[in-house]
Design a protein around this ligand. Structure first.
Ligand SMILES: Cc1cc2nc3c(=O)[nH]c(=O)nc-3n(C[C@H](O)[C@H](O)[C@H](O)COP(=O)(O)OP(=O)(O)OC[C@H]3O[C@@H](n4cnc5c(N)ncnc54)[C@H](O)[C@@H]3O)c2cc1C
Length: 336
């Protein structure tokens, strides 16, 4: 927990073998920060993984969404799908509701789960209503890295091997510098493979399997040249690496379904600012109290949760964020 050191240096004080060092340090990438830069307190991630294990939700992460949906129903909630919020309406420093589909919907309180920096710039367009979070400040904050994803459906079942595999670049330090400093697509990328149907066979038809490929890439303020041509070429480079380095040596002949996400999709589909998949980077200056608060400081009855708000990114942490936002709301509600 040497807060002022970085993860790699702290781990190196205890572990000599560079392969072990990397396998413990890379986990800061789970929250989009470089192991050579991010505060070492995030070495708690491998500690928790190794001591307590990892939980799996049957059906995959989507089950969490459907379970929350069901609970919301049971509690009498009403959802409006495919209805983007256009504005959070604030009058005299108090939130009165939202604007959606060109209509004003009044509310006693608003909890915003959209990415905080995006929400500032787009949902509260009047800068004078959001205190220190001017457009300039938002654009200049530090953002986590992004991800290039391939979801592949394969018409073949490969021999059982590991559920999760991480392949490190030969020069991992250069790889992370490319992501966080140089703003270039890594020429020798690290990548992660996950075979969900090894764990839960309902996730693929018989004799077939799904493969999830994740490659950390820079966020869009650092690199944004995702054209059809560059995307295809990066995709081909990753498929080549998978063939060379994993058991999927003939993968290209067996891909029957393929979905690709670049940082542009994260920006366009989910309104992730700069397509930064883990929101604001958890540097010391953007952690704990210094991260955007769950209770908005500049207007009453407005609350934020999600990866760019306190405490940070990752599904369990974002769930905590939602819980904290609701606690603040409930506290305020009981004092009105
Ligand atoms: C490739 C990848 C792998 C990951 N793997 C893991 C993992 O293994 N374990 C883990 O714990 N975490 C993982 N994470 C991190 C985790 O997924 C995120 O931190 C978490 O989902 C963020 O939740 P959120 O609610 O802040 O954002 P989101 O899940 O993006 O939800 C925000 C929602 O708000 C919606 N929205 C945006 N703007 C509007 C608007 N104007 N009106 C209405 N709705 C709007 C968006 O469409 C979106 O659905 C991963 C992330 C990525 C990208």
């Amino acid at each position: 927990m040497k807060t002022f050191s970085d993860a790699y240096s702290s781990i190196s004080k205890f572990v000599k073998d560079d392969r072990l060092r990397k396998s413990l340090a890379f986990q800061t990438l789970y929250i989009g920060v470089s192991p050579y830069q991010g505060p070492s307190l995030y070495t708690m991630i491998p500690m928790i993984e190794l001591f307590y294990g990892v939980h799996f939700i049957k059906g995959g992460m989507y089950t969490l969404a459907t379970a929350l949906d069901q609970l919301f129903d049971e509690l009498g909630g009403k959802r409006h799908y495919a209805t983007p919020v256009e504005e959070i309406v604030i009058e005299n420093k108090s939130t009165t509701g939202i604007q959606a589909n060109g209509e004003f919907i009044a509310a006693d309180a608003v909890v915003c789960g959209a990415d905080f920096p995006y929400a500032m710039e787009n949902l509260i367009p009047d800068e004078s209503k959001r205190g220190k979070y001017s457009n300039k400040k938002i654009a200049n904050m530090d953002y986590s890295c992004s991800c290039f994803l391939l979801y592949l459906g394969l018409d073949k079942k490969y021999p059982e091997s590991t559920l999760h595999s991480i392949y490190f670049a030969d020069d991992f330090k250069k790889n992370t510098d490319d992501l966080f400093e140089n703003g270039v697509l890594p020429s020798d990328p690290s990548f992660y493979l996950y075979r969900p149907s090894l764990m839960d066979e309902t996730l693929a038809p018989e004799e077939k399997e799904g493969l999830y490929v994740l490659v950390p890439v820079p966020e869009l303020s650092k690199y944004d040249d995702w054209t059809n041509v560059s995307t295809q070429s990066f995709r081909d480079q990753i498929i080549r690496l998978i063939k060379e380095r994993s058991i999927f040596t003939d993968i290209e002949e067996h891909i029957i379904m393929e979905v690709c996400y670049t940082p542009k999709e994260f920006e366009q589909k989910f309104n992730a600012y700069y397509g930064a998949t883990f929101g604001l980077k958890p540097t010391l200056a953007q952690s704990n109290y210094y991260r955007p608060h769950n209770k908005f400081d500049y207007a009453e009855r407005l609350y934020f949760c999600g990866s760019s708000a306190h405490p940070g990114a990752g599904v369990p942490i974002v769930m905590q964020s939602a819980k904290l936002a609701v606690e603040e709301l409930t506290k305020d509600d009981s004092t009105v």
